[in-house]
Design a binder for this molecule. Structure first.
Ligand code: NAD
Length: 293
């Protein structure tokens, strides 16, 4: 069993990006610039955005935080988006979700210029991804593709079972792994809450992407020897022995499945740290005009 160390890989990629930023600046190029929009006072969102801004600073990007209260109207958010679309110094921006209930998230997403949509959520980028055209990939799937690539995990001809069909993880993973590409060429089964007999599917899997949101759901009896397990789940379970009263676990029962697997991501320290790295990579691609010219 080999552990896929997402934390170490994310640091390596950040160092690579930092070196590229220095080279860009030395060549007289513009400093990549990522903006984040945070509306309301959801504490988890504030932490996510702070981490994104910090990561930008660490690699030498410029970052801008647009922070507004929960009372901000939809029209005001759309105005912020328009200003960021029009600002030539901004290479990419994200609008942190969830937005307060009175704001239509879909409307805001559609207002983002696809050229600056470094979260990869705009239908233009999702459509381009599905067609195999260059696009900004959503952060978590992009991070997973990087892991498979950097750990030289063979995907071609393999049977991959994705558990969960969300728009941010499961569905894009199923598209990416079935594409004709270096990391791809899998035969993919996309499973979800209505799947009958999930175990019969997972037992046939060479690669499992678990994105369900249920602690310890994937157990040893559900996987075959040599399987590759990418555990996306982040679940809190009560743990009185920890100072904060809980610990984080994935969707796979790590102790059970790890001995049977050839590669596995831990939780925490696996897929999670790669997410911000993807955002930085997308912003760098934008500043180099790699996707849309
Ligand atoms: P979601 O709640 O949007 O979707 C969950 C999916 O799981 C659904 O498609 C549902 O059909 C499926 N599902 C539920 N119960 C099932 C069952 N019994 N059998 C088969 N499928 C079942 O979740 P999401 O946003 O994709 O997130 C999934 C998990 O991944 C969560 O724990 C979330 O916190 C975590 N997550 C982690 C990262 C990261 O960076 N590591 C990023 C995004 C999400």
């Amino acid at each position: 069993m080999k552990l896929i160390d997402g934390k170490a890989l994310a640091n390596t990629i950040k160092e690579e990006i930092a070196i590229e930023v220095v080279a860009l600046k030395e060549a007289g190029g513009k400093t990549p610039h990522l903006a984040a929009v945070l509306i309301g006072d959801d504490p988890a969102s504030a932490v996510y955005v702070r981490n994104k801004v910090r990561a930008c600073e660490k690699v030498g990007f410029k970052s801008t935080l647009v922070r507004k209260g929960a009372e901000t109207t939809e029209a005001e958010v759309l105005e912020i988006v328009k200003n960021l679309n029009d600002d030539p110094d901004i290479d990419g921006f994200i609008v942190q979700l969830p937005l307060p209930k009175h704001i239509d998230e879909e409307k805001v997403n559609l207002a983002i210029d696809p050229k600056k949509d470094v979260d990869g959520f705009h239908p233009m980028n999702v459509g381009r991804m599905a067609l195999g055209l260059p696009s900004y990939l959503p952060a978590t799937p992009f991070g997973i593709m990087q892991m498979l690539d950097r750990y030289d995990i063979e995907t071609s001809g393999k049977h991959c079972v994705v558990i969960g069909r969300s728009n941010i993880v499961g569905t894009p993973m199923s598209i990416l792994l079935s594409r004709k590409a270096k990391v791809g060429n899998c035969t993919v089964t996309l499973t979800h809450s209505r799947t009958k007999n999930l175990k019969s599917e997972t037992l046939r899997a060479d690669i499992i992407i678990a994105a369900i949101g249920r602690p310890d759901y994937l157990t040893a009896d559900m996987v075959k020897e040599g399987v590759v397990i990418i555990d996306v789940g982040i679940n809190r379970v009560d743990d009185a022995s920890r100072k904060r009263g809980y610990r984080l676990v994935g969707d796979a029962n790590f102790e059970g499945v790890a001995p049977k697997s050839s590669f596995i991501t831990p939780v925490p320290g696996g897929v999670g740290p790669m997410t911000i790295t993807s955002l930085l990579m997308n912003t760098l691609k934008s500043s180099r005009k790699e996707i849309y010219g």
